[in-house]
Design a protein around this ligand. Sequence first.
Ligand SMILES: Cc1cc2nc3c(=O)[nH]c(=O)nc-3n(C[C@H](O)[C@H](O)[C@H](O)COP(=O)(O)OP(=O)(O)OC[C@H]3O[C@@H](n4cnc5c(N)ncnc54)[C@H](O)[C@@H]3O)c2cc1C
Length: 469
Amino acid sequence: MSAAHAARERGASVLVLEKAPRAWSGGNSAFTAGAMRLVHDGIDDLRGILEDDERLERTDLEPYTAEEFRGDLRRLTLGRGDEAMARIVAEDSREAVRWLHGRGIRFRLMYERQAYEQDGRYRFWGGLAVGTVDGGKGLVAQHREAAERAGIEVRDGAPVTALVDGGVVAGGEVIRAGAVVLAAGGFESNPQMRAAYLGPNWDVAKVRGTPYNTGEVLRAALARGAQAYGHWSGCHAIQWDAGAPPTGDLELTNRYSRQSYPMGIVVNADGERFLDEGADFRNYTYAKYGAEVLRQPQGIAHQIFDAHTGSMLRTIDYEAPGATSVEADTLGELAERLGIDPARLERTVREFNAAVQDGEFDPTIKDGKGTDGLRPPKSNWALPIDQPPFTAFPVTCGITFTFGGLRVDERARVLDEAGAPLPGLFAAGELVGGLFFHNYPGGSGLTAGTVYGRRAGYAAADLVGSLPA
Ligand SMILES: Cc1cc2nc3c(=O)[nH]c(=O)nc-3n(C[C@H](O)[C@H](O)[C@H](O)COP(=O)(O)OP(=O)(O)OC[C@H]3O[C@@H](n4cnc5c(N)ncnc54)[C@H](O)[C@@H]3O)c2cc1C
């Protein structure tokens, strides 16, 4: 949609082909929380794009610089992410989000997800604060309204099945165009491709979002000589309600997410911890922990909280209708109800509690209140689990999107194996590879899609404008 708006702005006539029927249109974008990571100088810099909110006066929000954004991308991708792409996304992010606002997309601060209230003030953490009004559904609805206003035609139920010279095949019809922007998502909703590229058992992972991103457009581009780029065996995957349906639910969308694990511990079906719940702020670890869960026996795990931290869970998700949970007054009873050996779970929690170090617990900073001598450690926010009632939330791996994709240049032109642009072909969003490896800073996907989509739309319109009539 960003590509469509940008191309239309430059005077092109634009047709958007959407595979899904209207109710499912908008792909993964519709399933998001609408969180967008962008560079800003703090609250005053953002006021121009934010809806009125009386809490703004009581909000502490640190600036987030382009260097920090690039640093987060570099750190989380273990230095493997394409530096030039990271620079483009970071440096364009502020302008791109303002531009979206100018098209009619509405923004707010995400108090319920990214801030804690302390002494009457809201403190944001993790370099992420801005989200769309009404989350992903709002984002897509606002995009569609903006498209209608701008005279962009959107055709639902029109799957692209092949690319041809100067156009595409959709619904059996050849559609000619001066330029084509590919933005059909990754291959996360295709179990066979997941198993083939991500590895064993990825076919049984749950899909968090749209069932329509099945990779055929990606494959069609590769078949025409596009260069594969990025982390093809990598993906974004999180801890997701073990009872969630196999693919995304239009009503509950993102609410099967289980993101408050830094407030508790996570154990596998053998009752053993296997990851550092407090390694970093949630939005710097969540995207790689789905894979950790998939590697555990039965591909499941249990997040465990006690009365201390049970009240700090993100209620929007943990109290969603039908959320899978188990509560008990003793750990032994909890274990039995989860099908875990009670003695093993009790030992895990006993050892954990004994390793918790003194210090002040503060969820708004990396408080260093960790464990000593445990493997794996809990590096921050470690509180003993000893106050009944105990609550467990069974989780499995929910895949969000795949990291491998096509190679594009700074104008979002699709490159061939030799690094030359394929005539008339542009790409944006999940279908582009190179930005993300191993892990991902929360809120970067929508921003990357907007930044590259906008560049693709401008470049496509410029190309069309330069063609003989
Ligand atoms: C539950 C969930 C929560 C998320 N939360 C966030 C968040 O808060 N912030 C964030 O930055 N990112 C988030 N993400 C990631 C984010 O969704 C993606 O990074 C971003 O939406 C990708 O945009 P896209 O346009 O590439 O893909 P999509 O939004 O998935 O769009 C792809 C479109 O292509 C269509 N399509 C597929 N195949 C074809 C075909 N053959 N022909 C025609 N059309 C086709 C699909 O139907 C879809 O409309 C989340 C993802 C999920 C699943």
